[in-house]
Design a protein around this ligand. Structure first.
Ligand code: PEP
Length: 267
């Protein structure tokens, strides 16, 4: 069966209520046209606003396959309790969130989200009925040293190695985001991304998480490079930062993903 293609926008710490509402409305309005003939689960599109604007964006999102999905940029590692500043999985579910991005490199670099904490967040999210978009990726120095595959495998194994329940495993999507490509305008070449996706897929298969898991790429994806990245094979869509702050750009990336999903629907 063909793997699901994803386009997920990460709005990061951007947009007050009104621009967040306007952007969500514009994406929701253009979504059906951008999806073209792919009006089902073969293509999933979502956005991750700040915690505080989840309620603002929620009315433009929904549970149906063709609707925009609501994601969170992070989640607490605990269900609830005395954890000042944290937002737990049940709170996110109540706000309409379907999935949480976990282990983004900006969280790993600036907020101490080390492998153990990332694993705890993954477990809390899955236990709390949220799907997980797990981010992994290497620094430029690690790539230059030829350590990039080992780094990514170690991140995967720390975050996902302990998940035994097959139903939970089925709810994880991995996003490969080379840190040197995030917000830099420097994209991994289709060959670099595709090679790492092959490594990730092999690890997922060997760890029993299934070779059919979608693996996304993130790092300066724009409308003008999306189709080339998808054509490289093994890339099942994108986690998009900067370009997701513009409705037309995100919708153009959705159109490229829809063409990819339609072309691969029989495979
Ligand atoms: C991201 O933050 O996940 C990301 C990929 O950002 P950008 O597209 O801006 O590189």
């Amino acid at each position: 069966m063909a793997r699901t293609t994803w386009v997920l926008g990460n709005w990061k710490q951007n947009l007050l209520r009104e621009p967040a509402r306007n952007l969500a409305a514009a994406i929701a309005e253009g979504l059906s046209a951008a999806r073209g003939e792919v009006q089902d689960e073969r293509l999933r599109v979502g956005v991750a606003p700040t915690f505080l604007t989840l309620d603002t964006v929620a009315p433009y999102t929904g549970e149906a396959a063709i609707q925009l999905r609501l994601l969170a940029q992070d989640v607490a590692a605990q269900e609830s309790g005395a954890f000042t500043g944290e937002v737990g999985p049940a709170m996110l579910r109540e706000a309409g969130v379907r999935a949480a991005i976990i282990g983004h490199s900006e969280r790993r670099a600036h907020f101490g989200d080390h492998d153990t904490l990332v694993a705890a967040k993954v477990h809390a999210a899955l236990a709390g009925d949220l799907d997980v978009v797990l981010c992994v990726g290497e620094t430029l120095a690690q790539r230059d040293e030829g350590e990039h595959e080992a780094v990514v495998i170690s991140q995967l194994s720390a975050a996902l190695g302990g998940i035994q329940d097959p139903a939970m495993r089925a709810r994880v999507v991995v996003a490969y985001e080379p840190i040197w490509a995030i917000g830099t305008g420097r994209t991994a070449t289709p060959e670099q991304a595709s090679a790492m996706h092959g490594v990730i897929r092999s690890w997922l298969a060997s760890a029993g998480l299934g070779a059919d898991r979608s693996v996304l790429y993130g790092g300066s994806v724009k409308p003008n490079n999306a189709a080339d990245l998808l054509a490289a094979g093994d890339i099942d869509g994108f986690l998009v930062g900067g370009a997701s702050l513009d409705a037309r750009s995100l919708l153009d990336i959705v159109s490229a993903a829809a063409a990819h999903a339609a072309a691969n629907s029989g495979s």
